[in-house]
Design a protein around this ligand. Structure first.
Ligand SMILES: *Cc1c(COP(=O)(O)O)cnc(C)c1O
Length: 236
């Protein structure tokens, strides 16, 4: 029998507790975002019934469809975690709670414009390219201060922290990516004085199925986990 979603969630929660124990951290500091991309809405309902509140998707259309189909689950917090195209923002802004993958000022300007019309405030994270791989999205570390400064005066966007994706490595090579997570934490410290107005750099969203332990050890406050909860995806 294959692993059920409740078993998957339980195992991930146990991994988080263990990682916190060895890092001397409180598990309550960590928000688990269940990444449900390419999985059916029934799986999301299952996880919700088991107490999971935060769900993330990486494609605008899929996110929109799932928010539509699950509109009765009004306690769910929806996260957009995938590469953000400015022209897709209008499709999510009426319901999404977090946009984790902000790469540039232009995205913030568009969210501000759209969210102000419906009087919503959207939580966001700035995605930083911490792996230096060209195909990964996010701003360069040097671009961060000017984005943060721009965001301070926005009324319908709150910057709640930074998001990063590490290079993809084999499970036994997790320590290779530790410097990438460390870089994200150091950037939060370096730019802590930009926390004013709508900017509050409290969160570090980093760590996925393969690397959540290293990420928690380096200070993650949000982990984004898909496969360990919902099982392998057919393709990516
Ligand atoms: C798919 C995805 C995840 C989750 O990856 P898993 O390996 O399934 O845990 C996390 N973050 C982003 C941005 C993703 O696209």
């Amino acid at each position: 029998m294959s692993k059920t979603i409740s078993e998957g969630l339980e195992q991930v929660q146990e991994r988080i507790r263990k990682a916190c124990r060895s890092a001397g951290r409180d598990p309550d500091e960590i928000t688990l975002v269940a990444i449900s991309k390419m999985k059916p809405v029934e799986d999301i309902r299952d996880a919700f019934e088991y107490g999971q509140i935060h769900f993330g998707e990486n494609r605008a259309k899929e996110l929109q469809d799932k928010m539509d189909q699950l509109s009765d689950l009004d306690q769910v917090q929806w996260h957009m975690v995938g590469t953000l195209q400015t022209n897709k923002i209008k499709y999510m802004v009426d319901r999404v709670n977090w946009i984790q993958s902000i790469p540039k000022k232009k995205s913030l300007r568009e969210i501000e414009k759209r969210a102000s019309r419906i009087d919503r405030v959207i939580n966001t994270l700035i995605q930083v390219n911490i792996s230096q791989e060209s195909q990964k999205s996010g701003c360069d570390p040097e671009g961060l201060p000017s984005i943060l400064e721009y965001a301070q005066d926005l009324d319908h966007v709150r910057i709640r922290g930074l998001m990063g994706m590490a290079e993809f490595v084999k499970p036994e090579e997790q320590d290779k990516i530790r410097p990438e997570f460390r870089l994200l934490r150091e950037l939060r410290e370096k730019y802590a004085n930009y926390s004013k107005g709508s900017v509050e750099l409290e969160h570090l969203s980093m760590g996925m199925t393969n690397d959540l332990e290293v990420a928690i050890d380096e200070g993650a406050t949000m982990v984004r986990v898909g496969r360990a909860i919902f099982g392998e995806r057919d393709y990516d």
